[in-house]
Unconditional design. Sequence first.
Length: 285
Amino acid sequence: MPPANGETSSHLARNNWRDDRDLLEEITSVIDRIDTPYDRLNQGVRCFREWVKNFRSHGYDQCPEATVLATWVRERVADVTRREGSCDLTTSPISFPVDLDAVVRQRRNESKDPQPNSDAILQKLIPDLKLGIFALERAQSIFNGKVAEYLEFLIKKDQEFIQNHGERISDLLGACRQQLDKSKLLFSINYSPNQADFWIPEINLGIEVVFDWDSSKEFELTRVLGDTAYRLEARFLVAVTPNDMPNHQFQAIKKIEKDGAFENLSVIRLNALEDYLEDIIARTR
């Protein structure tokens, strides 16, 4: 047990696995006392006792998690010491989180991650602990623990998905922006309900995104196209739909183009936008 005067140096120091064992066993003995300051029904406390039981069964020197858990405990002891001036584990219990198991496994994965600053990357980008643990496990299994490569893979995959599918309206708008950037076209994004979503002055083109469709939306679309054509003197207009829009909906929008109400109006799916832009650029230069 810790000295009565609150001396904590024995808890904060570590020389080998025996120091980890002694610290964890000391806390376990306090938990098992009748007058324990710990609630043995608490999920975090129960998890701690399960870890200790596992270490006893397999050997503290054979369980890397023992060092991980002991290091975590020392950090909590140091926190209590800074806050209260001392830490007597019999009277000043440390707080065990309900997800202690996840904390131990995450730290264990981080210790196996050969890439420096991987934990910093995750803490900034993935503050949720469980998601962070999942990301570490996936990075370990797919990219040998290289978190940055795993995140880059996910970003590229998401970018490809947006470009090919445009599942949400924000994705569809984002995919159009990406294509305009790729074509090196300067554009403005219109937030007015009376104009198309994108205006490209260099080629006098208005782009309106149509995420889904029913007959009640025809008036709204024709109004936006008409106002864009009139106010901005658009030479070209295009309505862009998701690639997976049902064909009957797509054909209903396409009928507006075929009826000829707007000169140089095209209705296309997202995957045709690149070729469409290349054709318009070629016709205007």
